[in-house]
Design a binder for this molecule. Sequence first.
Ligand code: GLN
Ligand code: ZN
Length: 761
Amino acid sequence: MITSHNLGFPRIGAERELKFAQETYWKGQSSLADLKAVGAELRRQNWQTQASLDLVPVGDFAFYDQMLDMSFTLGNLPERVRGYEGDLLDNYFRVARGRSAPQAMGSNPEGVAAGEMTKWFDTNYHYIVPEFTAGSEFKLDAARLVDQIREAKAVGVNVKPVIVGPVTYLALGKAKDDSDNLALLPKLLTVYQQLLETVANEGCEWIQVDESILVTELESAWQKAFETAYQALSTSKVKILLTTYFGPLLANLPLVAALPVAGVHLDAANAREEVATLIQKLPADRVLSLGVINGRNIWKTDLNGLLDWLEPIAKQLGDRLWIAPSCSLLHVPVDLDSEKKLDGEIKSWLAFAKQKLEELRVVKQALAGGRGSVEAELKANQAAIASRRQSLRVNNPAVKAAVAKIDAKLGERKSEFPKRAEKQAAILKLPKFPTTTIGSFPQTADIRRARNQFKAGKIDETSYTAAMENEIARCVREQEALGLDVFVHGEAERNDMVEYFGEQLDGYAFSEFGWVQSYGSRCVKPPILFGDISRPKPMTVRWIKYAQSLTKKPMKGMLTGPVTILNWSFVRDDQPRSVSCKQIALAIRDEVLDLEKAGVQVIQIDEAALREGLPLRRFQWKEYLDWAVESFRIAANGVSDSTQIHTHMCYSEFNDIIEAIAQMDADAITIETSRSDMELLEAFETFKYPNDIGPGVYDIHSPNIPTEKHIVGLMQKAAERIPAERLWVNPDCGLKTRQWEEVIPALTNMVAAAKTLRVTT
Ligand code: GLN
Ligand code: ZN
């Protein structure tokens, strides 16, 4: 009999119950017992939802992050949070976010430095980075896992605990003293051995050990670490399912096949081509788990197509075959059934976590009892797949023709930067060290209230527009008073920088409850890109025109770039991402040209998510960057020489992408730098980046107000690396999460600093 299982289930709850429970607790409005009860209830529901599976994951739930749970299980707590009394969960929140609920902070109300957070592989999920030093010691604390194993057993499901594997744990952690993480492996393995022992004593037959680092390039020392680690763990009584996901194993495949584990899980949605080789290389007593349902997208699986491929494999492998989603379902929303407003046709093409498990049940049944035993389900699936393939809402011949017509010239500016800069300077007449902001101004409670009322039908469009224009007018007045040089309209009318555009583009759909955990209690609701993208009408022009009508200063048109729109959406699986990106690029290009026609002199196209789209494997970077840069160029570069194009990127690692940034050829780029003390300008300096740069001088993630002196100091450092005549003065990022009371003094200091710099530098 084939075994079906799951690698992990979303923990946030279908209506984000966990988020609300966390946040109420952190605000001091509920007790720890309340929070724990919500967690227990979510786990219970999740196990029940998964009850049709032969093995159900346990330990995938976390009150903040599974990696942080692992750190606590291993007793790997940063020094600064040791010695606290009270509940362990409060200490856990200290590491996660610097503090727990006020009532739990005791003698340390200020909290501690939170653990660093970074992206989990190429997903939008963020984990808390484990911290190491040469002297790190580990000590097993299996209580959380053991309790959950017992809870799950009480629900009546077949338990398979899930843990992060030792090598991935070390590889994703950071040595604070620059010591070698790998040197800790022997100590760490002792604790993992104890952990496996504990799990075996709880009566578990299998344990899922996630080693997703195996889908990246590994140096030989790390390959060797896998051999050492799994040799050491092979004596355990519990059987290990070594789990990899998010891509193919490539050069690591022989290594994986040879490890002394009881089974291996491969992401067969992204590495189907490796299945045959793995079967051939895997010893005959090993289980092979195939991740056949894509855990990263929201599309229905073509079940008949899958079965055509899978049936012969099932025959060949018999009991040795396990089936599962490709990765944890953490990365998809919980339940499509919650969606009541979604267009019926589009909804029929989708599957969220719950629906993906139902697909798995059907596949298992078809393999066990023949396709005839699930005839109705397969028929319905086939109809949905066919409807999506043929739908005119998906396929727009005009868009396909426009993409086919793209040539190298489309993304080219008329002249080189120096010539453009001259023409722009003649029109804009900006001072040295021009000041500007990144786009958004505070999204006040008034703005959000007006939008909610409008969405709920409580106010009409005219009143909503008036309310937004009011905000824009205020924003212009404030900038006038501050004396900034290039203005923005403030983005009051935008809920989110991607959703706002998605809502106005054809080919996009929106869910009501399609939330996915990003980090801690933060969830995102990526729009669903389902069809060929087109722009029925201008999206931003009227707001920018209105804002421009209120001032003589240049008003920046503000757009989100194609790569960012793509990277923050659920994308199509029926065409390459590069094609979807170019379609979006053409739509944004039309908007850019309409803004230009409306007299807008400066247009900013944000590419906040360009870097995070880099593939997991370095050898694929060039291909990605090529089409990403081309998409930006298509969007931006249709303008005349005298129109100034800005772009913005809010992160601080540019070494890997500096060449791509130069190819984008924006007249000015604003970036996040204030925390790095201008050191990251080194990438621009070394590369001799030729165009204008605005290194951020105001850390907008902090409530602190930078002083004039501090800003002058930062800019002087910048001027040591970049010629002063090409420097702009601006904050790190948009100001929407800040308060006006913070923004005004901070920008006052920024403008004062620019004035000082003009006379001293
Ligand atoms: N223009 C956007 C804003 O100011 C940019 C946001 C971002 O880069 N994340 O809000
Ligand atoms: Zn930003």
